[in-house]
Every structure is written in C-alpha cells, then in structure tokens.
Write a protein that binds this ligand. Structure first.
Ligand code: 7TS
Length: 412
C-alpha cells in the first residue's frame, strides 16, 4: 500500500493568516493568486515585528547586545533556509528574490565564464526573470541562447535534447516548476544529460520551493534560486544556493560594505563566501521573516504541503474543466499549484475583473512568460494558484463565478 501524506486541514491553517479574514467588495476574500505572492502567517508577521521592536541593529559589525542578537537571528535564518533545501549554510546567499539570484549568476558567473561559441540552454516556458538576464549575458559575451521547446502535450519536448546539448553548452537554466502552466519539469532527466556534456545547471525554484520538498544535493544542481514572498515569507528576500567551489571562483556581483576583507584606495580583497555576495546592509528583518516561514512550513511538513496543493489543483482542474467553453493549459500529468485557463469569448482581464467583483483574486495576463503565450497562441490567460490555506469551497466559488462571467459577458 502506498502511504500518501494526509492533506492539511484549512480550518486549522486559515486562522494563522489574518489577511484571509478580509471582505472584498462585500464578499469573503478568496485569494487565488499565490503564484504571484502568498499571504503571511502571524508566525512570520510577529517575528518581523519583534525584530524591529527588540533586536534592531545592523549585522556583522555592532559589538553590543542588539547587534549580536540581529546577527545571530540573520545567520540563524541562513541556516534554516539551508536546511530547508538540503544545503550547507555557507552556500546560501541572501538576495532580494529569485530575480536577483538569477541576475547574480548571470553577472558574476556568466560575464566571466561565457565566451563566443558557448551556449546557454533555456526553455520556451521560462519566466522573464530566467530569460532576460541570459539575453543580456549573451549580448555582452558573444555566447548564444538555445531553448527546449514546448511539446504538443504542453510538457517540455525533450526529443531533440541530444541536439540542444553539446560540449558548447555551458549552462542549462530552467524553472523547476512553471508559474504559468504549473508543470513540474523533468529536471532529474535534464540534469543527468547536462552532466554528460559538462554543463552547469541552474534551477529557478520560485514556484517549486513553496510547493514540495527540495533537496539541492539530491537534485545535483549547481545553482538554485527562490523567493521568500512566494513561500509565506516577507517580500524583499530570497536566496541563491550555489555550489561552494563555483561561488569561490566567481567574482563579486556588487561592491560595497560587508563584501570585502580589506580595502585600499585602489583595490580590495573579498570577504569569504557567501558574504562576498552580500554587499551593503542586507534585508535583515525580511531574512529573519523567511526563517520563520521556513519554520512554519517545516512544522507542517512539506510532504503534506505538496499533498494539499496537489489536491486543490486537481479539484480546480475538475471544476473548471467541466465548464463549457473553458480551455485548461499545462501538462495534466505534472501540473499543480497554478492552473491557467481561458473562457472562450471572454478576455482574461475581463474575467479577472469580474472575479474580483465577487471577492476572488486571480491573475490575468502573460504571467511574465510572453514567449510561452506566443507558443500557446494566446495573448493572455487567467490563472488561479493555490496555497495550503485555500479551500474546495473557494474553488467551487471560482467555478460558479467563471460560469456567471460567461453568462454576463456572452449572454450564454
Ligand atoms: N521565476 C518564476 C518561476 C516565477 O514564478 C517568478 C515570479 C519569478 C521567477 C520572479 O520572482 P521574484 O520574486 O524575483 O519576482 N512569478 C510571478 C508570477 O507568476 N506572478 O507574479 C510573479
């Protein structure tokens, strides 16, 4: 018998999240835009508030009690984040989020290591933040971009992977889970093949880290990026995991205080990894808040988090998929977390506005994945995305409202 983790009970989770008790336009808020950002539990809000009230000082420099408390809490959060993804804390760099983490690699590794003739392999379904930094990097270095295409079943088409990967491939950078389709990409297979040609691998974990357990050593990736605000933590903090020897060999990304060991008027020597990459006063409160979010998720158990989100996603696909005129996007075999859809004849923006009118928050647009939209042949989709506090009742309300939107706008 397969032992499935038990899904979490939203009735026990929801009281932790004060924002969920809001009314919007006279209706209870149904917050279904979790792929954009999640709501925050009291356990995170209180830790951030407590830091400012009782431990506020700059880190790594103050020789007094508050400074020690701030530094211990900040470095403690680094340890928690490291444990959360199976890494050593010295290989964890705090960034502003996934976007900054990927840019860090594109600048500090890419500008140094990419040369004319080299290739960076991406996919057609990347978020712009794992696309544009590489466009800029290849422009500066003379390297070339290639892309794994989307197949007819809306999963990545690996048929020509042997042609796309070669000794010219220096890096494969792809999303662990797609924000627009919800697909969990076959990263194990891609990483194995990348290794055979000696390429490095960067995974964009912005959507994966909030949904299921991550172990960077089991994944055998070289870089892993994530955002705190998408996993119940504060905005303004995320992280980059990097293989230690790679981080050691990379030049700094930004210069300033903290990232040096010594400075003269004309030159500087670098601090040790990871501080070499954390120039200036970091987002201390936010990093500590991310540590609290990690504690919260860990206490629930990421296996149960995954089960809960998988169940909600499958239920949403069932409810929306049963409505006449609705097209669902994404690979039904792996899709979870985010569900993109369109109602025939209704523009996604009109749909999102109608849903807002009844208190349902979803995102409509290109989801920062314009090449994917072009590939799908649409200008935009409506996207509902789920977290542990969402309920089947909210999904039922979504289904009813989507049908009402069509009735209202198309007269059907
Ligand atoms: N990568 C993926 C897969 C994402 O989903 C996002 C944000 C990012 C990178 C960038 O993260 P940031 O925290 O640095 O902004 N995705 C979305 C979204 O789907 N709707 O709003 C933001």
């Amino acid at each position: 018998m397969i032992d499935h983790p038990v899904a979490l009970d939203p009735a026990r989770i929801r009281p932790d999240f004060p924002a969920l008790a809001m009314q919007v336009h006279g209706h209870p808020l149904a917050y279904l835009d979790n792929a954009a950002t999640t709501q925050k539990p009291n356990q995170v809000l209180e830790v951030v508030d407590d830091y400012y009230r009782h431990s506020n000082a700059n880190v790594h420099r103050a020789i007094y009690e508050l400074g020690t408390r701030a530094t211990e809490a900040y470095e403690g959060a680094r340890q928690k984040a490291a444990d959360f993804i199976g890494a050593d804390s010295r290989s964890i760099i705090f960034t502003r989020g996934t976007t900054e983490a990927i840019n860090l690699v594109a600048y500090a590794w890419g500008r140094k290591e990419l040369h004319p003739g080299d290739e960076v392999l991406l996919t057609e379904i990347e978020h712009h933040s794992n696309l544009v930094p590489w466009q800029l990097a290849v422009k500066d270095t003379g390297a070339t971009l290639r892309h794994i295409p989307l197949g007819a079943d809306q999963s990545l088409d690996l048929t020509n992977l042997d042609d796309l990967l070669s000794s010219r491939t220096r890096l494969v950078a792809l999303g662990h889970q797609s924000n627009a389709l919800g697909n969990v990409n076959p990263v194990a297979q891609i990483i194995r093949r990348a290794r055979e040609v000696g390429a490095l691998v960067l995974l964009d974990g912005a959507q994966a880290a909030p949904h299921f357990p991550i172990d960077v050593s089991a994944l055998d990736c070289d870089f892993y990026a994530l955002s705190g605000h998408k996993m119940l933590g504060p905005t303004g903090v995320g992280l980059l995991y990097g293989r230690r020897d790679l981080l050691e060999s990379m030049d700094p990304f930004m210069g300033g205080g903290e990232m040096i060991s010594s400075v003269t008027l004309d030159s500087a020597e670098w601090n040790e990894v990871p501080w070499k990459f954390e120039a200036g006063t970091p987002n201390i409160a936010q990093a500590i808040g991310l540590g609290a979010a990690v504690d919260y998720l860990t206490a629930l158990g990421m296996d149960r988090v995954r089960q809960t989100i998988d169940d909600l996603s499958a239920y949403a696909a069932e409810v929306l998929g049963a409505l006449p005129g609705v097209t669902l996007y994404g690979d039904a075999a792996t899709r979870s977390g985010a569900l993109s859809f369109n109602m025939e004849g209704v523009h996604p923006h009109d749909m999102a506005q109608f849903l807002d009118g009844v208190g349902i928050a979803v995102r409509a647009g290109h989801h920062c994945a314009q090449p994917l939209m072009e590939r799908l042949g649409v200008s935009a989709t409506t996207r509902a995305s789920f977290q542990i506090y969402n309920t089947r009742e909210e999904i039922d309300r979504l289904g009813v409202a989507v049908r009402e939107a069509a009735a209202f706008m198309l007269g059907v």
